[in-house]
Design a binder for this molecule. Structure first.
Ligand code: ADP
Ligand code: 5GP
Length: 213
């Protein structure tokens, strides 16, 4: 058995609050972390690569994966299907490696309620203001005005689920938020359930204890 169970680190937020930026930073900080590359039926944005940012699938193939129970969770977001493939996640956590998810509240809820629920860490990112959220979506420069206004309209729906997450961070100063995120991950790795070898260690302490008595 590995010395540690992998964690499922789930980041959610309204679009533009900073999930991708903070996930990238987490992966750069600790290269044992892996990113759960989602499948989606949406079209790639400029610069997005198949298999790296997303697995871009047509609707029929996506639904086939769902029917075959190959998705850990899936949801319909902004008019497209999104889902987290199960295989790579199972493999990573069985080997004691943590997996980072950038998914919406529906996906987070499904994973928390799944058999892997005990090993999840859920974090919600709030923007400092709605005006700043809009500014970030515009400055990212990846979406048309139409898509930006659709995402802004949906942002309250996502924000309304903040109360069901383990941790909530207001992503104002990026460096400060990242420091907090690292602290949360570091502490959660020490949760009793994440350390399966503790039972053996306590048993050996008990043996030693009885021997010296
Ligand atoms: P999401 O993945 O949640 O949609 P992104 O990570 O793509 O959001 O962030 C949206 C934009 O906001 C990006 O251009 C990113 O560089 C910027 N951004 C993220 N966090 C901050 C922050 N704390 N301060 C200023 N800009 C930020
Ligand atoms: P985007 O199109 O901006 O990449 O993502 C749109 C929204 O879909 C974001 O809130 C993102 O977190 C969410 N999302 C991305 N992948 C998944 C996934 O696999 N499952 C779920 N439930 N949501 C996802």
């Amino acid at each position: 058995m590995t010395s540690r169970r992998g964690l499922l680190i789930i980041l959610s937020s309204p679009s533009g609050a900073g999930k991708s930026t903070l996930s990238r930073r987490l992966l750069d900080w600790d290269n044992s972390l892996s990113f759960s590359v989602s499948a989606t039926t949406r079209a790639p944005r400029p610069g997005e690569e198949n298999g790296i940012h997303y697995h871009f699938l047509n609707e029929e193939t996506f639904k086939q994966h769902v029917t075959n129970s190959e998705m850990l969770e899936h949801a319909f977001v902004f008019g497209n299907f999104y889902g987290s493939p199960m295989g790579p996640v199972k493999e990573a956590i069985d080997e004691g490696r943590d997996v980072v998810f950038d998914i919406d509240w529906q996906g987070a809820q499904q994973i928390v309620n799944s058999a892997l629920g005990a090993h999840t860490l859920t974090i919600f990112l709030l923007p400092p203001s709605i005006a700043e959220l809009r500014r970030r979506l515009i400055s990212r420069g990846q979406d048309s005005d139409d898509v930006i206004s659709k995402r802004m309209q949906k942002s309250w729906d996502e924000i309304s689920h903040w109360g069901s997450y383990d941790y909530v961070l207001v992503n104002d100063d990026l460096d400060k938020t990242f420091e907090r995120l690292k602290n949360i991950v570091t502490a959660t790795r020490l949760r009793r359930l994440q350390q399966p070898n503790l039972t053996d260690h306590v048993r050996s302490l008990q043996t030693e204890f009885t021997e010296i008595e």
